[in-house]
Design a protein around this ligand. Structure first.
Ligand SMILES: Cc1cc2nc3c(=O)[nH]c(=O)nc-3n(C[C@H](O)[C@H](O)[C@H](O)COP(=O)(O)OP(=O)(O)OC[C@H]3O[C@@H](n4cnc5c(N)ncnc54)[C@H](O)[C@@H]3O)c2cc1C
Length: 377
């Protein structure tokens, strides 16, 4: 179809990617963000080849690569005492790029036309006909892209039967330390794992993910608690936590959304975590929101109406993102369940190095092999 105007709710990675994608196909958009200031809180993240392909199609691949560092985390698997179960080989091409979240967010924000984003604009009402009510007034759009995250108000309003996000029995501490030259690794301990990615500008991102009986348990000193839990683990784990500014340690519970029967209601499409919040264990949550944005824009560019474009978006995006969410939940469970620890580490240790290399190559699995549709220029 020709062009139109969209309201995008939320200026996280998903909402900004949607705005950039709409701009690429000649649409205009108003992005409503409830926060007073733009930016991403949080620590690091990795992006896999599928997400990088989406960033390329959004026209920001080069800038994204400049902001990131290749990580060998999937190649270097260790046990808590430091033994290598597998070790990245010099010839392996790292599949993952590691970003500070704020850096990836900035790359996308810079590609959004000036004046599109309104901060301090909390959306309180959304109707299927494209009417959006927010703290600054009301807008009517050809399309509403709801990228308002795991706690999406849009989902609550227009999908009233959808269950609330569910706790997955895991909790995580995250941080960024001013420590340079980390190659990236995953350490599997009994009942939890510790991830390290190198970041640009001499920093390292770490995350410790472990099981937990109930959500909402918090500690007076989260930095000390994270340090206590892995104090006997191999170098540089305790040192990385010690080097992290205490107020920069984040503690979150892992939650996901049960699969929705549709991502679309009238002129409203859910995108990113609002549609398919998933366990972080495959590093695919934000990557899936980038895919969503490209597929949505391609459908809008090629289909005759918004309705048919949204049908196509739902048909293409729902099965894939929900399958990846299912596999991420399984990976998270396997990697953190105590009784799986011995068989899991034995299996990894016994995998021939050449097979392991193949399993972490950039085209190793269906999630990573995805290729974006071309956006009309
Ligand atoms: C521990 C952890 C590690 C992760 N690691 C990775 C990784 O390595 N790789 C990866 O790809 N993904 C990863 N993810 C997932 C990733 O963080 C999310 O999938 C991604 O950030 C979702 O982006 P989003 O834009 O959909 O939602 P959000 O980032 O939640 O953004 C939603 C935005 O909407 C705004 N908003 C909310 N409600 C309203 C409203 N009513 N009105 C206006 N604005 C509103 C919010 O303020 C926010 O800015 C990880 C997640 C976790 C928890």
């Amino acid at each position: 179809m020709s062009t139109g105007h969209a309201v995008v709710i939320g200026a996280g990675i998903g909402g900004l990617a949607a705005a950039v994608a709409l701009h690429r196909i000649g649409w205009s958009a108003t992005v409503l963000e409830r926060a007073g200031e733009l930016g991403e809180i949080g620590a690091g993240m990795s992006q896999a080849p599928n997400a990088l392909a989406a960033l390329d199609e959004l026209g920001v691949g080069e800038r994204a690569r400049e902001a990131a560092v290749p990580s060998r985390a999937t190649g270097n698997l260790r046990t808590a005492d430091g033994r290598f179960l597998q070790r990245a080989r010099a010839g392996d091409t790292p599949a993952l790029l590691a970003f500070h979240r704020a850096d990836l967010h900035r790359v996308l924000l810079d590609a959004v036309p000036p004046g599109w984003v309104r901060t301090g604009a909390e959306v309180t009402g959304v109707r299927a006909d494209g009417t959006v009510t927010f703290t600054g007034g009301e807008l009517r759009a050809d399309l509403v892209v709801a990228a308002d995250g795991i706690g999406s108000a849009t989902r609550r309003l227009l999908w009233p039967d959808a269950p609330a996000p569910r706790f997955l029995g895991r909790t995580a501490w995250l941080g960024v330390a001013p420590v340079a030259d980390q190659p990236g690794s995953v350490t599997l301990g009994p009942g939890g794992y510790f991830l390290i990615h190198p970041l640009s500008r001499g920093r390292a991102y770490w995350a410790y993910v472990t099981t937990c009986d109930e959500p909402g348990i918090r500690f007076e000193d989260e930095h000390a608690e994270a340090a206590r839990r892995v104090r006997a683990w191999h170098d540089p784990i305790p040192a990385l936590i010690a080097a992290t500014p205490p107020d920069a340690v984040i503690h979150i519970d892992i939650r996901e959304l049960a699969p929705l029967p549709s991502f679309v209601n009238g002129r409203v499409a859910l995108l990113g975590d609002a549609a398919h919040a998933m366990s972080p264990d495959r590093g695919q949550g934000a990557g899936q929101s980038l895919e969503d944005a490209v597929v949505l824009a391609a459908a809008l560019a090629e289909e005759p109406t918004v309705e048919s474009a949204l049908r196509r978006y739902d048909t293409e995006r729902r099965p894939r993102s929900q399958a990846i969410a299912r596999s991420a939940a399984v990976d998270g469970r396997v990697n953190t369940t105590r009784r799986f620890h011995r068989p899991l580490t034995a299996m990894i240790r016994l995998t021939p190095a050449r097979l392991w290399s193949r399993s972490i190559a950039p085209d190793a699995n269906d999630a990573w092999r995805w290729r974006p549709p071309r956006l009309a220029r």
